[in-house]
Design a protein around this ligand. Sequence first.
Ligand code: FMN
Length: 247
Amino acid sequence: MNGILYFSSTGNSLQIAKQVKQKLGGDIFYIPNYTGTGTEFDKIIIVTPVYSFGMPKHVLDLLPKLDKTKKLIVIQNYGGMMLGADYLFYQYASRLGLNIVAMYKIKMPENFTLVMSPPNFYTKRILKLSENRISKVLDKIINGKYTLPKRKKTHEKTYLKNKDNWHLIGQRFSVTDACIKCGKCVDLCPSHNIYLKDGKIAFKDDCVACLGCFHRCPAKAIIYNNKDNKKRYINPNVPENEIGKDL
Ligand SMILES: Cc1cc2nc3c(=O)[nH]c(=O)nc-3n(C[C@H](O)[C@H](O)[C@H](O)COP(=O)(O)O)c2cc1C
C-alpha cells in the first residue's frame, strides 16, 4: 500500500493527494497528526506545498523520522516561484539518507496572499488546469518515468531565515468583532498556536505561517496587520472539512 503523506492548509495539496489515491491507490495521512515512520507502506508519497523556497516546518520535521529503506516520491506544489525548492528538498532528503526516487512539481493557486494576491481569473484558470496537470504527473509515476531535480541554485539561507520568522505572522494576526467563537481556528491550527483566552481567540508564538486560520475562518474575522484588505482562498475542488483529515 502507498502511504500518501500530505500537508495542506487551503486544500491544494489535499486535492493532489486525493487524485494520487484515486489513481495509484493508498491511504492518505495528514503529516501533523502522523506519528509513524512509513515502515508500514510499500512506498511513501509526500505531497507538500512550497514554503519560502523550501517546505513547511511539519514536512521538514517529518523527514528525519522516515524509514530510509522505503522508496520516497515527492510531489511539491507551489503558487508562483519555487526558486530551487525542488533541489533543496532533494538535498535535505539525500543528506538524511532517504531513498528518494522521484520528484515532481505542480503549479496550484497561490495561498500566500498576505503580500500580494493574484487576480481571481488567474486563480480560476490555474484551478481549471490543475486536474490535468496532476494527472500528467501521476501518469509519469505509473509509467515508471521517475525524475529527480537537476543540480541548481537553491535559496536555503532565505528559507532558513524566513522559517525562523514565521512565528511572527501569528503575532500580526488579530481577531475582529465578527468572530463567532466557533473554535474552528483552534481546531485546525497544525501547531496548536491558537487558544481561547477569557472568551477571546488568542495566539501563542508557534505560528508556522500556514495561514489556515486566516483563509478558513467562517466569519473572516482573522485579519493581518490590523487591516482586512487581503484575499482569502480555499481550494473549491475538495470539501473544506477534509483538509487536515486522514482519508
Ligand atoms: C508561508 C508560505 C510560504 C509560501 N512560499 C511559497 C514560495 O516560496 N513559492 C511559491 O511558489 N509558493 C509559495 N507559497 C504558496 C503555496 O506553496 C501554494 O499556494 C500551495 O499550493 C498551497 O498548498 P495548500 O493549499 O495545500 O496549503 C507559500 C505559501 C505559504 C503559506
